[in-house]
Ligand binder design. Structure first.
Ligand SMILES: Cc1cc2nc3c(=O)[nH]c(=O)nc-3n(C[C@H](O)[C@H](O)[C@H](O)COP(=O)(O)O)c2cc1C
Length: 319
């Protein structure tokens, strides 16, 4: 690659960072570039007050973006490391003699949150064990359960209980609907949020879309959808932090995104089902029932699925 200035490199790396997942596709990150650093800070205007009152998922999303940034840096011949303090993530870079491209870089634009049921095919256990063994981290960990296990039963039960609580909560539903985008014009106004074409809904004028979605936002309908996805999943993963604090949430985001890139490069799909971690009483219940010493923070289901026709949009980055 010909020599480029750090600001050009930073813009390139950030274009990969923003492809990270985020709660409701809120994209709660801001970037600053200085010397040989990229600083990632939370954009609190994107806060999800109801579902994520303590900003846990917000900081996990920032960690995911950090992992993409560092994976892209490696591809372009830079070593990088991140440090979290004073509420911001500082990523520093140093030039290497050789570029270390790997399959993880190629997975960045391919990774997506799967919508709908999986094929039902089983993922060989050893693939998942190898992946988790290669990405060990101090503060973050993952427990992987076969969908026929007793633990998976417990997780499915907690997802159902989570749906009962969230889908009966007017404030939760109002916040969720405020992040939904109902037609192309609506998508183009924001380039964020949960978009009709990604979720597999027809395009509708906003007021009609809101009314239609409102009819489906109830515990019975959500449990029907989740039960079908759960039944088609091969494995359930519970990502945990050693202690529930902001630094560990960032570390978990880095760890989670590395895991997601690895499974993507193996042709494995996943979907989130984070309800049990979003409701404090269920989270504690889950922790006890699964005999976990660490704190559950993210739940995903794994399986095989088709490539999406449409990817979730991203906002343009302002530096
Ligand atoms: C911490 C975190 C929690 C999430 N929780 C859920 C969830 O409970 N249910 C869900 O459908 N998607 C969840 N998502 C996925 C986002 O909706 C998704 O990342 C976003 O819409 C962008 O789409 P993409 O992942 O395909 O790029 C979560 C993402 C993150 C980072």
């Amino acid at each position: 690659m010909e020599t480029i200035t750090f600001i050009e490199l930073a813009k390139l790396l950030i274009s990969f960072a923003i492809l990270a997942p985020s709660g409701h596709n809120s994209q709660p990150w801001q970037f600053q570039v200085s010397n040989n650093e990229i600083i990632i800070t939370p954009d609190y205007s994107k806060r999800l007050d109801v579902v994520d009152g303590n900003d846990r998922e917000l900081f996990i999303s920032l960690g995911c973006a950090t992992e993409n940034l560092m994976t892209a840096a490696r591809h372009y011949g830079y070593d990088s490391k991140y440090d979290f303090s004073d509420g911001k993530i500082v990523v520093t870079f140093s030039k290497q003699d050789i570029c270390n491209s790997d399959t993880l870089f190629d997975a960045i634009p391919k990774r997506h949150t799967h919508r709908g049921n999986f094929s039902g095919a089983r993922i060989p256990d050893n693939i998942l064990q190898n992946i988790s063994a290669r990405i060990l981290q101090d503060n973050a960990s993952v427990k992987i359960y076969n969908s026929e296990s007793r633990e998976a039963e417990i997780i499915m039960q907690k997802i159902a209980e989570g749906n009962e609580i969230q889908m009966s909560d007017t404030a939760f539903k109002r916040e969720l609907v405020s992040w939904m985008r109902f037609n192309k014009k609506h998508v183009n106004e924001t380039h964020n949020g949960l978009c009709y074409n990604v979720l597999g809904f027809p395009s509708t004028p906003k007021p009609i879309g809101k009314r239609l979605v409102g009819m489906f936002l109830n515990p019975k309908a959500q449990n029907k959808t989740d039960n079908a996805v759960n039944a088609s999943a091969s494995h359930f993963c519970v990502f945990c932090v050693k202690d529930d604090n902001v630094k560990n949430w960032v570390d978990l985001g880095v760890f989670l995104e590395r895991f997601l890139l690895k499974i993507t490069s193996e042709g494995i799909s996943y979907s989130f089902s984070n309800q049990p971690c979003e409701i404090p009483s269920l989270k504690e219940n889950l922790r006890q029932n699964l005999n976990l010493t660490a704190y559950p923070s993210v739940i995903i289901r794994l399986g095989y699925g088709e490539e999406p026709k449409t990817f979730a949009p991203r906002e343009e980055v302002k530096l």
